[in-house]
Structure formats: C-alpha cells, structure tokens
Write a protein that binds this ligand. Structure first.
Ligand SMILES: Nc1nc2c(ncn2[C@@H]2O[C@H](COP(=O)(O)O[C@H]3[C@@H](O)[C@H](n4cnc5c(=O)[nH]c(N)nc54)O[C@@H]3COP(=O)(O)O)[C@@H](O)[C@H]2O)c(=O)[nH]1
Length: 694
C-alpha cells in the first residue's frame, strides 16, 4: 500500500543576533535554503518564534539583555515552541560552554566567526533532518487520524501479540483505553468466544502471525467487552510486513454486526414463519419434513405427517368476520401447540390448514393415539367475542416410507387422506391409500367440469312432482340440479353437490338453479298452471347476507308471485348461525316465500329450534320413508315427525315414496303430500311441462 506523502511546507529559519553584520552574513549563507526571519534581541526572538514557528532558530548566545541561553530556556518551556530546533552561535570555544548550550536544549552550535561553507552545510543538514522528522511526524499524524477515522475497530500488536495500537472504536468496543491496553496480550483486551457454545475463541492475529497471511474470524464470534457487553463481530487479521519482508506484528480489524445479524435473523424468521400464529410456514415445514425423512431413513423408523383442517371453517369465518376468524385460528394453533413436544413440528399452511410432523414413529398405534389427542383438543368450544363456537377437525395421515417416499408425495397423500376424512363426515382421522389417490384425481377432474359447466351456464335443472297422496293432484315440484360430463354421461348430484359445497361453487350453482327454476315456474304459469317450485338452498348460500335481496330481485324481475317459491333448507344449514338464519327466514317469510326443512329427522330435530325458525313445511327424509315398513325405529320416527308437524301446524311432505304400501301407510299416519319414484322420477324441464299439461 502506498501512503500518500504528507505535505510539508517550506522551511523557516529565525536568525537571532544583536550584531547586524552577523545577521547579514547568515542571510547571505542561507537565503536560498529557507524563508528567513530576523531578531536582534531575545524578547523579539521569542515573539517571532511564537508567531512563525520556524523549524530552526540560529541563536547568538552573547546578547545584551536576554542572552541566548535564557531565550532557549524560555522557548523550551513553551509548548508552542519547545519542538523548534535551536543552534547556538558563540565566540566561545571551551567545552563547558558547549555542554551548557546543549544542556539548554540546543542541538548544535556554530562558532564565530562563521565559516561560510561548513556553517551552511551544517545548517542545511539540520534543516534536512528537521524536514525529515517533520515528514515522519506528519505521516504518523496522518496515519493516526486515518486509523481513528475508520468505521471499524483496529488493534495492532507486536510479534508476541502484545497491543501496540488501538483506535477509538476498538477502545469503545473492548472497553479498554488505548493507553491502558498498551503492551497487554491481545486476548486480555479483546476477549472472543463462540456465540453458541460460549467457549473462548483464539484471537485470529495468532494465526495471522503464525501463517503470515490474512485470516478471517470464524462465524458466530462474540466479543465480550471489559464491562461484559456482548458484540457479535466479524473481522480479519493480517501480519504487518515491512518492505524488506520482515514481519513487525499484526493488525486486526473488526466491526459490530449485532444489528445486521439481528435484522438477518428477523428476516429469516419472517420468511419461515406464519405471521398470524408464529408457527413455521410452508417453507420451514418442507425443511422439517426433509429432515424427518432423512432421519427416518438413517434410523429405519417411520415418520408421519398429519394434515389437520378445521371443519366448516369457511362458513364460520364468513359469518363471524375475518378478525374473529383469525382469532379462532390463533386459538386453534395454541391448542395444537400444547400437545406437541420439542421434536414435533407444527406448521400452518395457510387458511385453516395445519400440519404436524411426527419424526420418530415405531407403530401406527402411536399415530392413532396422537390424532385422538388432536381431536380431543377441540372438545371444548372456542370463545370468541363472548360467544361459543364448537369446532371439529378432519385429519389426513400419510406415513413415510409406507405411503410416500418424497416430501411432495407425503404432503399430497396426507391431503388425499384428509379429503377422505372430510367426505366420510368430518371430525375424524383418515389414512392414505392408493385408492384414495384415484378418488382425489377424479375429484379434481370433477371440479374442473363443475367450474366449466357453471361458467358456460350448462347446468340443467330437473323437476320432481309433489303430489296429494290421496288424489294424485300435482301440488308442486322440487328443482334438482343435473350435470353431464363431456361424454354426455350424467354425474350424480351426490358427487358434485358436496364438491360444490367444499369449493364454495355451491353459491353460484344455487343461484343458477334458482333462476332456472323461477323461469320454468313462469313458463308453467304461462301454460295456465300455478305450480309452486321448491329450490334447495345450501348452508353457504345462507351465510351470504345478500341472499334475501337477490331472491326478491329475481321474483320482481320475472314477476312471479312469492307464493310460488319455496326454499328447502337442511337442518344443519339452519344451525350454522342460528340468529342470522332466524332473521333471514323471517325476512323471507315476510315477503311471502315459503320455507321447508329438508331431510327432517336426520339432524338436530329440536322442537325449540323449530319454534325459533318458524318454517312452513317439514320434509320427512326418504331414508325413514323407505325403511318404515321394515324397521320399527324408522316407523316411530315417521310417526313422531308427523305428530310434531301436526302439533305445530306445519305442512308435511314425505320424500322417497317408492311403492303403494309406503304411500298408503303415510296417508294412514296423516301425511297427505309426498314425492317419490312411485309417482315420478325428477323430469327434465321439457318433460315436466308435458307432465304438467297431462
Ligand atoms: N343445494 C342444492 N342441493 C341439491 C340441488 N340439487 C340436488 N341437490 C341435492 O343433492 C342430493 C342428491 O340429489 P338427487 O340425486 O337429485 O336426488 C334427489 C332425488 O332424485 C331423490 N329422490 C326423490 N325421490 C326418490 C325416491 O323415491 N327414491 C330415491 N332413491 N331417491 C329419490 O332424492 C333427492 C332429493 O333429495 P332432497 O333434496 O333431500 O329432497 C340431495 O341431497 C339434493 O338435495 C341443488 O340445486 N342445490
């Protein structure tokens, strides 16, 4: 490295002599070497010395008033002038005089009469010497200021590692003043340790000195200051090699990276964690699964992945609002965390999906036990805004290496198993199998078909007649959605309706059925028949506050009487948010639209709720009707529903009547309206029009 030359100004010499002739001689000798100043007595000499700070003063000893020795003493006692080199001029030649003048701080002396050549040469040499030492001093100062100005801490040592220099930042970080630290071993002043193990660390200068090369400090190094303060530091040490290749010592440069490390840690935490629950996110989860797989591979055991999904969270979230929904997710995450030990990873994938990775498993029973602990965490209701919400979870389990060999497969197969748990009624745990994977592929294709069908308005609506059981008179029709695949084959509503509910497509599907059914009802009216149409309304549609207005708008647009529309709602849909449903039902009722409870008997069937909801019709579920002649229990349920409807003054419809015996029994028990294959299967719009006109 080339150090910039420090700039040294032109030399100045002060000539002091009471004899003008001596001053003239000196001027002749020296005027081309420096800028000259002249004084003829001691007082003036001191004043000019202070004013001009010459490099050299040529001072006559024998002067009237203040002699040269006194002037020199005075100059040496003043810090402003003490560094000025003084050369005495004297007529004396004895050694005592010489010693006395050198004692006062003079660096040389010239004898009068002055010998021109030797005096000039001596003064020139002294000037060069002074210029050189000023140059060295200026360079030292420049180096000191430069090292002090460096934003990093700098410590230099000798060959034994003893401190020879410290800049102010090194002083601040170590807690040692440079003058206290001087000559102390570096490890005493710069105490380093490993941030994780807290074990002392070798100072890198020793490696730099030993190996004669630049050495970087190990990562995770901490500096412990004299007062115990900790700094995360990054540094490097280098030997100091002179131009002859000799090592003079070493230098270590270091800086505090605590803040940037903390920031980096925070950034890495944010990148790897879910902000709502602070649980690992998908990125970190994949890393943990990878580790679990590796470990299982090495130790020949199994690892399990549990995909946990809150049941019906979407409905709850839509009806309570996203803030409370978030709170619910947080509470759920806390309950799940409470059963995880240090080895178990609990992550949130987003929405209402959590994943648990159990890295060390020896038997399937362990998973069963663990999953039942998960379910039991949801036995107690969640309290949100002082209301209680009962939640359940569905769990899909995939096991490495039994079910899957890669991270993606483990995840995908847990998803398949979770889907199975959902489709089997939720609130349960399912394990993966190949057959399940085929189901999931089919489900995916079905979802695409359903989306296309809705987007292209290709959904069809069939109508099943509702009749008076005694007279056979047509009293109404139930609208039922129908969908065909690309090959023109019918897809059962038992497949696509649950899928529509899970994906949220049921809202659009429901609206399309409602519009088609009302348009068809209008066409029957135009043919001269007033046939009420009933339409199934799914739970998700009830969660939409716009529903009532949308229905009213549709009736107004088509100019259909509200009495011609009936809405069929299942018990479970009514129960999702009781007070909201209650208010929607009363608004619908107030506008003349009739409502019925579909599949009655299969759900809560609570008398108090029936009173609250104020519906018009109860539909006895076909499962009871179909078995009532062979199953005493089903017969009792049918009887109970009929007497409940009668006592509450509700209309009754029995569904799924397939034979005369069932019809006769229903009439005998007091149920007068019904539908079923005995009378007619659901008919296309065109066929139903023909049916109406018969
Ligand atoms: N939210 C909506 N749900 C709908 C809509 N369209 C249908 N669905 C629901 O899908 C489930 C299956 O419906 P589907 O296959 O249409 O079956 C209906 C009838 O075909 C069937 N039925 C009628 N009579 C008989 C019979 O004598 N025997 C027999 N085995 N089945 C019969 O019952 C279904 C009608 O059920 P329900 O609605 O409970 O009255 C079904 O749950 C539909 O509700 C839609 O547009 N929206």
């Amino acid at each position: 490295m080339q150090i910039m030359q420090a700039i040294v100004p032109a030399a100045k010499i002060l000539l002091v002599d009471d004899q003008a002739s001596s001053l003239l001689v000196l001027r002749e000798l020296l005027q081309d070497l420096a800028t000259l100043y002249f004084a003829t007595d001691g007082v003036q000499a001191i004043e000019l010395a202070v004013l001009h700070r010459p490099e050299l003063i040529i001072l006559d000893i024998e002067m009237p008033g203040m002699d040269g020795l006194t002037v020199c003493r005075s100059l040496k006692s003043n810090p402003a002038t003490q560094d000025i080199a003084v050369v005495f001029v004297t007529t004396h030649i004895d050694i005592e005089h010489e010693i006395a003048s050198l004692n006062e701080g003079g660096i040389d002396f010239l004898r009068k009469p002055l010998h021109a050549v030797s005096s000039r040469m001596r003064i020139k040499n002294l000037l060069d010497l002074s210029r050189y030492s000023r140059q060295v001093a200026a360079e030292r100062e420049w180096l000191r200021v430069t090292l002090d100005s460096i934003g990093d801490a700098v410590i230099a040592t000798d060959l034994d590692g003893k401190i020879s220099f410290m800049n102010p930042i090194a002083e601040r970080m170590t807690g040692w003043l440079a003058r206290e630290a001087l000559f102390r071993p570096i490890e005493e002043v710069m105490q380093l340790r490993d941030a994780h193990s807290l074990e002392p660390h070798w100072n890198p200068i020793y490696f730099a000195l030993k190996e004669q090369r630049v050495v970087a400090m190990a990562l995770n190094c901490q500096l412990v200051s004299r007062t115990g303060q900790l700094y995360q530091v990054e540094d490097s040490a280098a030997p100091i090699i002179d131009s002859n290749g000799h090592c003079l010592g070493s230098i270590v440069v270091f800086h505090d990276v605590s803040e940037s490390m903390a920031l980096a840690l925070k950034m890495s935490h944010l990148a790897n964690h879910d902000p709502l629950t602070n649980l690992p996110n998908r990125v970190l989860l994949y890393d943990r699964i990878e580790q679990a797989i590796k470990k299982a591979e090495q130790l020949h055991h199994k690892s399990a992945l549990l995909l946990i999904d809150l049941d019906h969270f979407k409905y709850v979230n839509d009806s309570i609002g996203h803030n409370l929904g978030d709170l619910l997710i947080k509470q759920a995450s806390e309950r799940l965390s409470s059963i995880c030990d240090a080895g178990t990873t609990l992550a949130r994938l987003g929405g209402d999906e959590f994943v648990m990775v159990l890295p060390e498993l020896w038997s399937i029973e362990e998973i069963a036990l663990f999953s039942s602990q998960v379910h039991s965490q949801f036995q107690q209701p969640f309290t949100l805004d002082e209301k209680k919400y009962q939640m359940t979870v569905s769990i899909g389990v995939s096991i490495y290496p039994d079910d899957a060999q890669t991270i993606e497969m483990v995840m995908r197969h847990a998803d398949v198993a979770m889907f199975k748990a959902k489709s089997e009624g939720r609130n349960r745990t399912s394990f993966f199998s190949d057959e399940l994977e085929q189901q999931i592929i089919y489900r995916h294709q079905l979802e695409l078909l359903l989306r296309d069908t809705l987007a292209n308005r290709q959904l069809q609506v069939y109508y099943q007649p509702k009749l008076c059981l005694k007279t056979g008179k047509l009293l109404g029709a139930e609208a039922l959605a129908r969908m065909q695949n690309q090959q023109g084959q019918w897809v059962s509503p038992l497949e696509f309706i649950p899928l529509a509910e899970e994906t949220g497509l049921i809202v659009e599907l429901g609206l399309q059925v409602l519009r088609q059914a009302c348009q068809e009802c209008l066409s029957w009216q135009q043919l001269g028949y007033q046939v009420p149409v009933s339409v199934n309304i799914a739970a998700a549609q009830f969660a939409d506050p716009q529903l009532v207005q949308q229905i009213k708008d549709l009736l107004a647009e088509l100019q259909i009487s509200a009495q011609l529309l009936e809405l069929e709602v299942t018990e479970s849909a009514l129960m999702l948010d009781v007070s909201k449903t209650q208010s929607m039902l009363s608004q619908l009722r107030a506008s003349g639209i009739r409502t019925s409870i579909d599949d009655f008997g299969t759900g809560y069937s609570s008398l108090s709720y029936l009173k609250k909801f104020q519906v018009d019709v109860l539909k006895i579920d076909k499962s009871f009707v179909q078995e009532m002649l062979t199953d005493r229990g089903d017969m009792e349920i049918v009887k109970a529903v009929i007497s409940l409807a009668q006592s509450m003054n509700l209309q009754l419809i029995a569904e799924g009547i397939e034979n005369e015996a069932q019809k006769d029994m229903l009439i005998k028990l007091g149920c007068e309206v019904g539908q079923g294959y005995l009378f007619s299967k659901p008919l296309s719009a065109a066929n139903f029009r023909t049916y109406v006109c018969q």
